[in-house]
Design a protein around this ligand. Structure first.
Ligand SMILES: Nc1ncnc2c1ncn2[C@@H]1O[C@H](COP(=O)(O)OP(=O)(O)OP(=O)(O)O)[C@@H](O)[C@H]1O
Length: 205
């Protein structure tokens, strides 16, 4: 359903990768692995349509993503390496705002429910600047609960999370896959999701 065909990526003077192929189907998790600087974030940005491949194509449901942007973007959500959380907005305002930006209709009960699920029920109205790094990442991750997207593209979603949040996020991914979703993800940490055998895409330095 999502397919990368013979992809090449050049940043500055360097070719980060070439002849890269992958497929991702419903219920599957694809882990993109590689050393720092090997091009994992660049690949994810490419899959989101934020960076054009030097060569090759990315296909969604058999169509090039460059030619089907609207329908593709309606079905995917991207959690970036440094999730944008606005310092002066509260946790609840941040989630409402990021949903609005992504065109996801939400009401305040859904926002409270999602933040509560991520263990932030006690700090809904605190400004993000007063939250810890891990709590800020939880705020950003809570959008996954409301996005209703088929394809999750997650750049290091496990960074800065404590043990409880690590398990929670992995179980969210597991539930998403069980419901027929798909996930493409980078992480430098071991991933353990019950009943899921991830596919691995290894980028060479
Ligand atoms: N806009 C840019 N212009 C030039 N080079 C860039 C640009 N963005 C990234 N790079 C370079 O591309 C290389 C790959 O970066 P990328 O962020 O994709 O790596 P990564 O595998 O995700 O690394 P990490 O594990 O450290 O997050 C790096 O050497 C980086 O400096």
């Amino acid at each position: 359903m999502l397919e990368g065909k013979d992809l090449a990526c050049v940043r500055g003077e360097r070719t980060l990768f070439k002849h890269l192929n992958f497929t991702l189907d419903e219920g599957e998790l694809l882990l993109v692995q590689g050393a720092n600087g090997s091009g994992k974030t660049s690949l994810l940005r490419m899959v989101c349509g934020l960076l054009a491949p030097e060569f090759g194509d990315i296909l969604w449901r058999g169509e090039k993503i460059s030619g089907a942007r609207e329908s593709y973007h309606a079905e995917m959500t991207y959690f970036g390496h440094a999730p944008a959380v606005k310092e002066d907005l509260s946790a609840a305002e941040n989630l409402s705002f990021s949903c609005q930006l992504a065109g996801i209709p939400v009401d305040q009960d859904a926002v409270k429910g999602a933040l509560g699920h991520l263990g932030l029920g006690h700090c809904l109205n605190l400004p993000a600047k007063s939250l810890s790094q891990g709590q800020r990442r939880r705020v950003a991750l809570s959008r996954l609960l409301l996005a209703k997207a088929k394809l999750w593209i997650l750049d290091e979603p496990l960074t800065a999370l404590d043990q409880a949040a690590l398990q929670l996020v992995q179980s969210l991914i597991g539930e998403h896959l069980q419901a027929g979703g798909m996930a493409l993800m980078t992480t430098h940490q071991p991933v353990m999701i019950q009943g899921v055998e991830p596919k691995i895409l290894q980028l060479k330095p």
